[in-house]
Design a protein around this ligand. Structure first.
Ligand SMILES: Nc1ncnc2c1ncn2[C@@H]1O[C@H](COP(=O)(O)OS(=O)(=O)O)[C@@H](OP(=O)(O)O)[C@H]1O
Ligand SMILES: Nc1ncnc2c1ncn2[C@@H]1O[C@H](COP(=O)(O)OP(=O)(O)O)[C@@H](O)[C@H]1O
Length: 257
């Protein structure tokens, strides 16, 4: 059903029409009249909150009448971020894809944000210096936050070598909806795999500042899930994805209640 409301922006003194439901932009907006006589609409006003954030001045927060809970209800799940961290070659991308597949099979909507892939677009202006990695993680944290707010299970897989950067992403999200998964695989295993030949180049000094070789990796101190070898053998991706799915089920993320 399409409903038309006549809205008046009293602050600007300029009346305007909106035909796609109640699009109340965050100005002082009053519902002025309603064409459908059988619809009761109460007079509402939104507070005007002007802010300065970073380099942006005179900016306003625009709220949308469709909220996180409505989206979650629609999807029958709760939005969250599964943040997979670990060395290059530890199996982050493999786990991310396996987890996304398992969730899909259960009818749950997820989306993978992979560090390598994002560096082809959103983050193509960034390198691997400390400040670039920090900005990389910050941006992905912000994007992941939006996906979680959209109601999705957002799976971020990045080396994210610095604890403070991961903790900053955790702090962006509502309590308990940041699930840190540590791929605790020994450097020797990652180097032996060397799927992209990068360790070889780093050992030969052809790549400088490679994580685990001549750049640090700070393991999590309090992660939600730690995945490691069992009796010297790395569990198959499906088994590791199963552990994450079980965690999500136990914490109630795979239903809306
Ligand atoms: N110097 C250096 N150190 C580490 N990794 C490097 C480097 N240079 C290129 N690569 C490739 O970039 C991928 C890591 O990107 P990320 O965005 O996850 O890195 S970070 O979180 O900003 O540290 C990483 O992908 P994964 O192997 O999937 O981890 C590498 O393929
Ligand atoms: N659980 C696993 N068991 C065996 N091999 C794996 C496993 N996970 C990943 N691999 C292999 O290890 C290599 C690196 O995996 P990848 O997911 O690309 O790691 P990362 O994203 O951390 O760099 C790939 O060749 C992949 O097939």
């Amino acid at each position: 059903m399409s409903v038309s409301f006549q809205l008046e922006d009293r602050r600007m003194g300029s009346p305007f029409m909106d035909s796609a439901g109640l699009q109340l932009y965050a100005k002082r907006v009053y519902i002025h009249s309603c064409r459908k006589p059988n619809l009761q609409v109460t007079k509402r006003s939104l507070k005007l909150n002007m802010a300065t954030v970073g380099n942006s001045t005179n900016i306003f927060w625009h709220d949308c009448p469709v909220g996180r809970h409505e989206r979650q209800k629609l999807l029958d799940q709760k939005g969250c971020v599964v943040w997979i961290t670990g060395l290059s070659g530890s199996g982050k991308s493999t786990l991310a894809c396996s987890l996304s597949r398992e969730l899909h099979a259960k009818g749950k909507l997820s989306y993978v944000l992979d560090g390598d892939n994002l560096r082809h677009g959103l983050n193509k202006d960034l390198g691997f210096k400390v400040e670039d990695r920090t900005e990389n993680i910050r941006r992905v944290g912000e994007v992941a936050k939006l996906f979680a707010d959209a109601g999705l299970i957002c799976i971020a897989s990045l080396i994210s070598p610095y604890r403070k950067d991961r903790d900053a992403c955790r702090a962006m999200l509502p309590a308990s909806s940041f699930i840190e998964v540590y791929m605790n695989m020994p450097l020797e295993l990652c180097e032996e795999r060397d799927a992209k030949g990068l360790y070889k180049l780093a050992r030969a000094g052809k790549i400088k500042g490679f994580t685990g070789i001549d750049d640090p990796y700070e393991p999590p101190l309090n992660c939600e899930i730690e995945l490691s070898q069992q009796d010297g053998v790395c569990p198959p991706p499906g088994t590791m994805a199963g552990r994450v799915v079980t965690y999500l089920e136990e914490k109630g993320f795979l239903e809306y209640k």
